[in-house]
Write a protein that binds this ligand. Structure first.
Ligand code: OMP
Length: 234
């Protein structure tokens, strides 16, 4: 079972390090996204690995297949546990991402898991229909992207827990549903639209939950993480 993945959405390494110091020597699963990586570069990955944490490098690649192939080949050398792309880049782009990752993974190392973002959890069905011009339901759009990611050989998708059950039923339980948009009951939703509590995410069949602000902005982030973990693992 995946531990809750903590989104290290900080704009500098000292800030992220201060946050991590609250966890003592506990080994965590952390997510490094654009905010931190664009400030620090690959150095942050080395530091986190030295601390013994598992790493989801969330750079959401979305470009022409050749560029994504080469970028993934480079990212594979960082030896992280998970990377992602946008499914909207299409089948050929996702296949190129997988082959780049395979080529770049050092001998004797496991290739990182690769997942595809479907519809961002900050998107509502109404926004999707209005802004992206997609006529059907949001669930159908997520399922279409998930099927495409599966066809391209990816390990799973990023979606909201609200869609996890359907993905399992259609594609199978081996295919991962990594789900952000997680809040404790009563927490501020902020920019997230498709939001689920940790207990419900588990009930709906999420493979892993990704949590940022409900932990990082809590008065006591360590206790918030413990509570999140307990509800997720119960
Ligand atoms: O790829 C992601 O990680 C991601 C996809 C998505 O659809 N929604 C989403 O919120 N995320 C990320 O998950 C984290 C959620 O943060 P909080 O809303 O603070 O819990 C952020 O780092 C987002 O970049």
């Amino acid at each position: 079972m995946f531990k809750p993945i903590i989104a290290l959405d900080f704009s500098s390494w000292p800030e992220a390090k201060r946050f991590l110091s609250l966890f003592d020597s506990e080994s965590l699963y952390v997510k490094v996204g654009m905010e931190l990586f664009y400030q620090t570069g690959p150095k942050v990955i080395e530091e986190l690995k030295e601390m013994g944490h598992d790493i989801f490098l969330d750079l959401k690649l979305h470009d022409i297949p050749n560029t994504v192939h080469k970028a993934m080949k480079g990212l594979a050398q960082l030896d992280v546990n998970m990377v992602n792309v946008h499914a909207a880049g299409g089948l050929e782009m996702m296949e190129a991402a997988v082959s780049g990752l395979n080529e770049g993974t050092k001998q004797g190392k496991e290739r990182p898991l690769i997942i595809a973002v479907t519809q961002l959890t900050s998107t509502s069905e109404e926004q999707m229909q209005k802004e992206q011009g997609i006529k059907g339901s949001l669930k159908d759009s997520v399922l279409r992207y998930a099927a495409l990611a599966h066809q391209a050989g990816l390990d799973g998708v990023v979606c909201s827990a609200l869609e996890a059950c359907e993905i399992r039923n259609h594609i199978g339980s081996q295919f991962l549903s990594i789900t952000p948009g997680i809040r404790f009951a009563g927490d501020e939703l902020s920019d997230q639209k498709r939001v689920v509590t940790p207990a419900l995410a588990k009930e709906y069949g999420s493979s892993a939950i990704v949590v940022g602000r409900s932990i990082t902005k809590a008065a006591d982030p360590y206790q918030a993480y413990r509570k999140m973990k307990q509800l997720w693992e119960a």
